[in-house]
Design a protein. Structure first.
Length: 210
């Protein structure tokens, strides 16, 4: 009986391989790895926010509305836990993307505020945070592009015949991708430049003692 099972198992393996089962597994793992890197880089950015806000507050304490927006946006991002199992849910992916977009916008407004405070721009801690933020934005752009490519490869494969039949049998569905009106916004990291001349502004409050 055991001897008869071996040819059957071999035949089943050949059938699955010919129908794309193994490549589906490989591409699915590729998507999961790419998504994990996206999440890691977004988390890296979120971790920078508290120190960044507190540093700017030291020189621009009265910009409370801007600080509130950044803090609220970071809190919204933290409430969304999107696992690899959720990637087939387009609504959840859009919600995740929207929250990250709000944080990006809030950070951009914070950066605009910083332009009005030359002393802040000269602060060593702020310069270090600026470098970390700029590097993280670049890593986010790279990670997003890799995820987009992995999703396109996976979705194209599981939609194509005959592997679409294999995907249907084993429950592999297409996954949601990032969507933007301007595709260049995904492939280009936001500019974080603190070396531009500061705009005219009222004198900042006295620098707190360290």
């Amino acid at each position: 009986m055991q001897i008869r099972r071996i040819p059957l198992l071999l035949l089943a393996s050949l059938v699955l391989a010919g129908c794309g089962y193994n490549p589906i597994q490989s591409k699915d793992e590729g998507v999961k790895a790419a998504w994990s890197e996206v999440v890691n880089q977004y988390q890296r950015r979120a971790d920078l926010v508290p120190n960044l806000v507190n540093t700017v507050k030291g020189y621009a304490a009265h910009e409370e509305e801007v600080f509130t927006k950044v803090t609220e946006a970071r809190a919204s991002v933290g409430k969304i836990n999107l696992t690899t199992d959720d990637l087939t849910n387009e609504a959840k992916v859009k919600q995740f993307q929207a929250a990250q977009g709000e944080l990006s916008s809030a950070l951009s407004r914070l950066m605009v505020v910083s332009e009005n405070y030359p002393q802040l721009k000269a602060d060593a801690l702020f310069q270090n945070l600026q470098a970390q933020l700029e590097g993280t934005e670049n890593r986010i752009a790279v990670a997003r592009n890799r995820y987009i490519a992995a999703i396109q490869d996976y979705n194209t494969f599981v939609r194509s015949f005959p592997q679409n039949l294999t995907a249907m049998i084993f429950g592999y569905k297409t996954k949601a991708n990032f969507t933007v009106e301007n595709e260049k916004a995904i492939s280009t990291a936001p500019t974080v430049d603190f070396n531009k001349p500061a705009a005219p502004a009222a004198q900042p409050p006295a620098q707190p003692a360290h």
